[in-house]
Design a protein around this ligand. Structure first.
Ligand SMILES: *Cc1c(COP(=O)(O)O)cnc(C)c1O
Length: 396
């Protein structure tokens, strides 16, 4: 007998509820930098869960570029009539910043990852990925129909073994530069050697590295001393440190041209709003300049302050040196309880649960910004100590 979808979703809903896995969206009514007001709540909260690492989403120069444009939308896909001078200038600015020959814009990082893997790989090819890579990289590999293999987190030897096990067909080695839920860095130098040895193309998703790491904020690839010769393709997203929305894939001219010709997510989708392209170009200029340098120094200071304060209070953070600072809870209900206790004290910190993280890996994901003041970080640390009991959870 045919199963009714409404019966199936009802059963799944009950399952989710009993496992503390139901997700809700909070409505942000107002936001001023790191302070925000949620619907139904009288007080302002201090935001420690956004990816606006440098505070650029409300920077006056970024907002001015956004307002300066005369159309709400691009009106078509890039290959029809949606590719404007604002888009062309942004691609040029991104190439110059990232020291890459070509760039191609996408409406989101998620769409870009699906498109890149589907455009480049097919049956008989191999895609080898870190086990903790972003969901969009995993989905892209599955969509492509290639042989998809994962290696243990940050294990370059594991990557080499997987590539060696698949010597025929083309191969792509893909890794996040900064892992989005753990905040640690991929061993990019080792992975680049592995990719070269096994003649695989190395693709780095630098969503959380671009803008915050490396000289001029170029990201994790530059910070590792690597270039397009080692990493022929990279993803830069605009929704994190750059404070906007959208993404670009940058790298070797022949590969990027192939994406322009075949990447479904770029061809069958309306181009970014021109105002978003202009705002992102303004954000790139800021990131590269003295102000970007100063913001990164502030962010590094905030990260150090947070980690020192956490150690002093016995908070068992994961070993991350980036703006993403996870506090393992293990149990889903415990992570939710911590998050609610923090909110009652005026701090907004998200509880991240499976399937976003592995089973048993529920955590608070605390994100720091250059826009946080030292006193706000100290306040969060005290609230964390009170809300979590200040002791390490038993197991992850
Ligand atoms: C956020 C993120 C993406 C998706 O980018 P969007 O532009 O938000 O769609 C891709 N990869 C990683 C590692 C991310 O953190």
């Amino acid at each position: 007998m045919r199963e009714r979808l409404s019966d199936r979703v009802a059963a799944l809903r009950l399952q989710r509820e009993s496992a503390h896995r139901t997700r809700i969206r909070r409505i942000v009514v107002r936001r001023e930098g790191v302070r925000c007001k949620l619907q139904g709540s009288v007080r302002w909260l201090l935001n420690f869960c956004s990816n606006d690492y440098l505070g650029l989403s409300q920077h006056p120069r970024v907002l001015a570029a956004l307002r300066d444009m005369d159309a709400a939308g691009s009106t078509a896909s890039p290959l029809v009539c949606g590719h404007t001078v604002a888009h062309a200038r942004l691609e040029e600015a991104l190439c110059d910043w990232q020291q890459a020959p070509r760039a191609l814009l996408f409406s989101s990082g998620h769409a870009a990852n699906l498109a890149v893997l589907q455009a480049l790989l097919g049956k008989g090819d191999a895609c080898v990925q870190d086990r903790l890579n972003h969901a969009s990289l995993i989905d892209g590999a599955r969509l492509s129909g290639c042989d998809f293999r994962r290696y243990p987190h940050a294990d370059a030897e594991g990557a080499a073994r997987q590539l060696a096990a698949h010597p025929e067909g083309a191969a792509l080695l893909a890794s996040d530069g900064v892992f989005s839920m753990d905040g640690d860095l991929a061993p990019l130098r080792e992975l680049a050697v592995v990719a070269k040895t096994h003649e695989a193309t190395f693709y780095v998703d630098d969503a959380h590295g671009a803008g915050v790491l490396g000289e001029a904020g170029r990201g994790s690839i530059a910070a590792a001393g690597l270039s397009v010769a080692d990493v022929p393709l990279r993803l830069v997203t605009f929704g994190k440190a750059l404070g906007g929305a959208g993404a670009a894939v940058l790298g070797a001219a022949d590969l990027v041209e192939h994406l322009l010709q075949t990447a479904r997510g770029a061809i069958y989708s309306t181009a970014l709003p021109p105002a978003q392209a202009a705002a992102t170009q303004a954000a790139v200029a800021l990131v590269r300049g003295d102000e970007g340098e100063a913001l990164r120094a502030r962010l590094r200071g905030n990260i150090a302050r947070f980690r020192e304060g956490a150690a002093a209070r016995g908070l068992a953070l994961l070993p991350s040196e980036t703006a993403i600072q996870p506090l393992p809870a293990g149990d889903d209900a415990r992570a939710l309880g911590w998050s609610a206790a923090l909110e009652a004290r005026g701090y907004w910190v998200g509880a991240i649960r499976p399937p976003t993280v592995p089973e048993g890996g529920a955590r608070l994901r605390i994100t720091l910004s250059a826009a946080h003041a030292g006193g706000q970080i100290d306040g969060l640390l005290d609230a964390l100590a009170e809300s979590t009991g200040g002791q390490a959870p038993e197991g992850r």
